[in-house]
Design a protein around this ligand. Structure first.
Ligand code: NAD
Length: 285
């Protein structure tokens, strides 16, 4: 495909259309006398990025008519206080989705896995509960982690037929890379999962009909590595030396080779939030 602005996969626009659809579904629930879906957000500490992420999630709730129950705890609140809030929200019938913003403050003794496991799996908005992660591995229905779910929607929006494709995922985190590899496998891709010890990243990426970068290293994936026509999804959020937000892909060089490519910002980020709302609504139904 030639280089045109039209090969941009616009996550901002796609997420807006999903939110509009969710707003309609929520209005129909109200009209039918059904409960309003509610998302609880739990924020511990004063990490500025986490505050921005949670604020955006709460705004999105307002926009679609979803209730938001917000809990803020100081960085030194302690594990027991976080667990107590989670238990309280588990019992609250107005809450259908619970999100504990990660990471929890460093060097403060928090055990994130214990907190995630304490969330009622039926109220898991992020799909990080071990039972739900196990269900994903076995291909059973369960809340799916929001970022990988949003990535799959973006790929589908490109029109790419996944069956039989080579899909290359860079990054093997529990919240993005690993669940995404499972989702692509479930759609009959041949999946390569790359990570920091991969010996020839360029060669692996060069085979990808679909390439997803989820690393957190600015412009790690070079444009010249991209197979012509590939769908390129950039999950990374980094600041370059000029302080500008950039992804993990060298966008300017990759765009002319890619069939479709997501921008940063305006690609995966808005989709993650839309999927969080969708998961919460699906927990209610
Ligand atoms: P992480 O730090 O948990 O994992 C990073 C992964 O990258 C690791 O598996 C590591 O093996 C791999 N890696 C590191 N250096 C590498 C290299 N040189 N070559 C190949 N692989 C390498 O990160 P994460 O939580 O999965 O997030 C990844 C990025 O995605 C970050 O920039 C994060 O901010 C962003 N993110 C964005 C959204 C969104 O909604 N847009 C959501 C989650 C994460």
């Amino acid at each position: 495909m030639t280089s045109t602005a039209s090969n941009l996969l616009d996550g901002k626009a796609l997420a807006a259309s999903i939110r509009a659809e969710l707003a309609q579904r929520i209005a129909s629930l109200a009209a039918a006398g059904r409960p309003q879906p509610g998302l609880a957000t739990v924020l511990v500490g004063d990490d500025p990025a986490s505050h921005v992420y949670v604020r955006n999630k709460r705004r999105a709730c307002d926009e679609v008519g979803m209730a938001n129950f917000h809990v803020e705890l100081p960085a030194d609140a302690g594990q027991a206080a976080v667990l107590a809030e989670v238990q309280r929200l588990n019992q609250d019938p107005r809450v259908h989705g619970i999100l504990v913003q990660l990471p929890l403050p460093k060097n403060a003794g928090y055990d994130e896995n214990e907190v995630l496991a304490a969330i009622d799996p039926a109220k898991d908005a992020d799909g990080f509960h071990p039972l739900n992660q196990g269900a994903l591995m076995q291909g059973r229905p369960a809340p799916v982690p929001c970022t990988p779910k949003g990535v799959m929607r973006l790929i589908d929006h490109s029109g790419m037929k996944l069956k039989g494709c080579n899909a290359v995922v860079v990054g093997r985190s529990n919240i993005v890379g690993k669940p995404l590899a499972l989702l692509l496998l479930a759609r009959h891709c041949t999946v390569t999962l790359c990570h920091s010890r991969t010996t020839d990243l360029a060669a692996e990426i060069g085979r990808g009909d679909v390439v997803v970068a989820a690393v957190g290293v600015a412009q790690l994936v070079k444009g010249a590595w991209i197979k012509p026509g590939a769908v390129v999804i950039d999950v990374g959020i980094n600041r370059n030396q000029a302080g500008k937000l950039v992804g993990d892909v060298e966008f300017e060089a990759a765009q002319p080779r890619a069939g479709w490519i997501t921008p940063v910002p305006g690609g995966v980020g808005p989709m993650t939030i839309a999927m969080l709302l969708e998961n919460t609504l699906e927990n209610l139904s």
